[in-house]
Write a protein that binds this ligand. Structure first.
Ligand SMILES: Cc1cc2nc3c(=O)[nH]c(=O)nc-3n(C[C@H](O)[C@H](O)[C@H](O)COP(=O)(O)OP(=O)(O)OC[C@H]3O[C@@H](n4cnc5c(N)ncnc54)[C@H](O)[C@@H]3O)c2cc1C
Length: 354
C-alpha cells in the first residue's frame, strides 16, 4: 500500500475511473461512489437485439486527443475509422430535395472504439487493483471534520476518507452536494455557471440486419436543418457484421414520448433513404436530462462556459477536496479527452502530496 490514506472518488464516469486506475497503479487505497446503477456516466453503449453495440453517449475522437489515445493503447482498446464512403445528404429546406455530397478522405479521421465506447469503461474497471466500487451511492454531503472527511449518501450511509475527489459535472455538484463548512462564496457562485457538455442532448440508435444504405451507395451520414433528426452516422461494427445508425435529435423534442420520436425519425429517414429504413430490428434513444448529468436547466450564454475555470483547479478543505471531470479540464473540456486530462491532473496533485 502506497499510503494508508483513503481516497474517495465521487462519480464512476471516464474521469473517475481513469483517476482510480492511475492511483491504484501507484498502490493508493481507492473507493468509488457512483450514484447510478452503472459505471460509465456519459459513455453508454447499449446492445441491440442482434447484439450490435449502439452508442447513446460518447462515440467519436481523433488524433488530436493524445491522452485518450495513450490510455487506449495502454489498455489495449482497439479503435477504427468512422465509415463515410458514398453519398451523404444535407437537408436544408423542407420544400427542396436534400443535397448530396461526398466526404473527402481526411488526414485526421474520426475514430470509434471496437466493441463500443463502453469497452474503455469495462477494461478500466477490470484493471482496478483493490478499488472498492459502490453503485447506487448518490453523494449528498461532504463534511470536513478536521483530521478526516465524512461523506454521506442520500440513503444515509456514511464513509470517512482523507481525500475526496468529485468527478462529476460542477453544475451538478452545486445542486446535489452540501459542503460543511461552506466552500468559498465565489466558488458557489461559479458552479451554476459551468456548462455541462451534452446535458439536454438527445441521441438515438437504429439496428438493421443488412446495411441497405451502403448497398444503395449511401454513407449513412446526413445532416438536417428540417426534421427531428439533425445528424445521422453509419454505426456498423468493426467486423462489419452488425449494422445500424446513431445520430442526434433536435433537443426541442425531448418532451415527446419515445414512441412519437421513433415515428418521426422513421418518417424523416424513409423520405431520405427509402422505405427499407422501416425494416429496423431495434430503435432506442436517450434524452440526457436525468439526475446523473443535470441539476435542472442551466443559464448558459456559450458552450463550454467556465469550463476549466481556475477555481476548479484549486483544492479545498485544507487540501482534502479536489474537483475533476471533463468540465474542469483546461483543454478539450466536455470531451472524453478532457475527462482524462482532468483525471491525470488530479492524480499528479495527489501523488505530489502523499
Ligand atoms: C450524447 C452524448 C454524446 C457525446 N459524444 C461525445 C463524442 O463523440 N466524443 C467525446 O469525446 N465526448 C462525447 N461526449 C462527452 C463525453 O461523454 C464526456 O466528456 C465524458 O464521458 C465525461 O466523463 P466524466 O467522467 O467527466 O463525467 P460523467 O461521464 O458525467 O461522469 C460523472 C459520473 O458521476 C455520477 N454522479 C453524478 N452525481 C453523483 C453523485 N451525487 N454521487 C455519486 N456519483 C454521481 C454520474 O452518475 C456519472 O457516472 C458525449 C456525451 C453525450 C451525453
Amino acid at each position: 500500500m502506497h499510503s494508508n490514506k483513503r481516497i474517495f472518488i465521487i462519480g464512476g464516469g471516464l474521469a473517475g475511473l481513469t483517476l482510480a486506475y492511475t492511483l491504484s497503479k501507484s498502490k493508493y487505497k481507492v473507493t468509488i461512489l457512483e450514484a447510478s446503477r452503472r459505471l460509465g456516466g456519459r459513455i453508454h453503449t447499449k446492445k441491440g437485439k442482434l447484439e450490435t453495440p449502439l452508442e447513446l453517449g460518447a462515440t467519436w475522437f481523433s488524433d488530436i486527443h493524445q491522452n485518450l489515445l495513450a490510455l487506449l493503447d495502454e489498455l489495449g482498446v482497439v479503435r477504427f475509422f468512422q465509415f463515410s464512403k458514398g453519398i451523404s445528404l444535407f437537408q436544408t429546406k423542407s420544400f427542396e430535395p436534400a443535397q448530396s455530397f461526398y466526404v473527402p478522405e481526411s488526414e485526421s479521421p474520426s475514430y470509434r472504439i471496437a466493441g463500443g465506447t463502453q469497452k474503455i469503461i469495462e477494461i478500466l474497471s477490470k484493471n482496478l487493483a483493490d478499488v472498492e466500487i459502490h453503485l447506487n451511492a448518490s453523494v449528498s454531503q461532504v463534511k470536513d471534520l478536521g483530521s478526516e472527511m465524512l461523506i454521506e449518501t442520500s440513503d444515509g450511509k456514511r464513509w470517512s476518507a482523507e481525500t475526496v475527489v468529485l468527478c462529476m459535472p460542477p453544475h451538478l455538484v452545486g445542486v446535489k452536494i452540501l459542503f460543511s463548512p461552506d466552500l468559498p462564496k465565489d466558488f458557489y457562485h461559479l458552479l451554476p455557471t459551468v456548462h455541462t457538455w451534452m446535458a439536454g442532448s438527445v441521441k438515438f440508435v437504429l439496428e438493421y440486419e443488412r446495411p441497405f444504405w451502403r448497398e444503395n451507395g449511401y454513407s449513412g451520414m446526413l445532416y438536417s436543418h428540417v426534421g427531428i433528426v439533425t445528424e445521422l452516422n453509419d454505426h456498423t461494427n468493426v467486423e462489419e457484421s452488425k449494422f445500424g445508425f446513431t445520430g442526434f435529435l433536435n433537443s426541442g423534442i425531448s418532451s415527446y414520448s419515445q414512441e412519437v420520436r421513433k415515428e418521426l425519425v422513421l418518417k424523416q429517414l424513409a423520405s431520405l433513404l427509402g422505405n427499407q429504413i422501416l425494416n429496423f430490428i431495434s430503435y432506442d434513444d436517450k434524452v440526457w436530462t436525468d439526475e446523473y448529468i443535470s441539476g435542472g436547466p442551466q443559464k448558459i450564454q456559450r458552450p463550454h462556459q467556465h469550463n476549466g475555470h481556475p477555481l476548479l483547479q484549486e483544492s479545498y478543505m485544507n487540501g482534502k477536496l479536489y474537483f475533476s471531470g471533463t468540465e474542469t479540464a483546461i483543454q478539450f473540456s466536455g470531451y472524453m479527452e478532457g475527462a482524462i486530462i482532468s483525471a491525470n491532473n488530479v492524480a499528479e496533485k495527489i501523488k505530489s502530496c502523499f
